[in-house]
Design a protein around this ligand. Sequence first.
Ligand code: GLU
Length: 429
Amino acid sequence: MANPMADEMRRFKASDEKNPFEAMSERFDRAAQLLGLDPDLYAVMRVPSRELKVYIPVRMDSGHIEVFEGFRVQHNFARGPAKGGIRYAPDVTLDEVKALSAWMTWKCAVVNIPFGGAKGGIICNPIQMSQNELERLTRRYTAELFDFIGPDRDVPAPDMNTNEQTMAWIMDTYSMHKGYTVNAVVTGKPVALGGSLGRREATGRGVLFCVSEAIKKFNLLPEQTSVVVQGSGNVGGIGAQLMYEKGYKVTAISDVSGGVHNAKGLHIPEVLAYLQANKTLEGYAEADYVSNSELLEIECDVLAPCATENQITSENAGRIKCKILAEGANGPTTPKADKILHDNGIFVIPDILANAGGVTVSYFEWVQDRMGYFWREDEVNQRLEEKMVASFKELSDLAELHQVDSRTAAYMLAIDRVAYDTKMRGIYA
Ligand code: GLU
């Protein structure tokens, strides 16, 4: 169905600083150059392995058929099956999905788990669709991708506007076609269907672990650390809640329409309960209502953009007043903004580390599914902490060694790992 606003957003996304695939490529090129990456490896690793585009007919509740456009991009398989989420949104573009698939490759390599990268997306407006329509959309998309996904091929997971229910439908559809239950085909499933304890909280918890390491560099304790969080979904909401529980002073949080700010600190459980009850933060009495762009410019120790891409650009980067930027979202900062943040001495925990907690516990889920043996929640969280802390240290050491910023160090760490494995396997060319 024609949607002029979505078309406009797609054109905007594809035409400037905000093109996510160009943003990814610019960082890739810089790190590859610093590593002196072999030109053959460069040529192979710079592009995705496979881009799938599918047209998905769905019978709507009104009886007519609507055809949706969907993508699955499999970026790299050098280190194992491709891995990455599926997002449902009106402004999904192929370039966005390509960038997100590459970020999955680098993310999995940064935390050293045996996966390549992939991402999927369907152009749709999930808020306007019924549960039945979403179920039919998900099942038909799964059927279209049947030959390309699987526990040893490509393992989807939730992303923006998809959740445990979506994963259960994918798992069921895939299993129906196979003739037996294959729970390792997706991660982020309901716990009762082979999901992992701790998976739902894992991305937010990973952000917490990274922030806890980063504040040590500034000799700060959690109680002395003010935090501003953009986003109150699976990453921002849970991240804020976990930081609040650890004693951090969370002074602002937002959802898509706006946020609340109180310099003395917010009672996060209360704020999230208010949001759930009212579907907006507007009117919450204990704080001032701010717009999302105002929220980003609040003075704080830690700013955690946990919503979507392109929030910090050349336009507002100069007004960002945090010590630490913890990127819970994928691609919240453009390369032009990177330079400004760096010149202003802001320490960045790059997305491919800061939000890697989700895929790390996805890896644990896949392992548990394949073993048919499930771990306690404290075991999952402890293994996650070990991975995040070790990766943070590896990245810091590399940044120190090469005298580069932490984002460049993260790309260097990831590219070096993927390059080594690609070289050892050899290129079947
Ligand atoms: N969608 C999440 C991400 O961007 C999770 C991916 C996964 O668990 O495979 O990292």
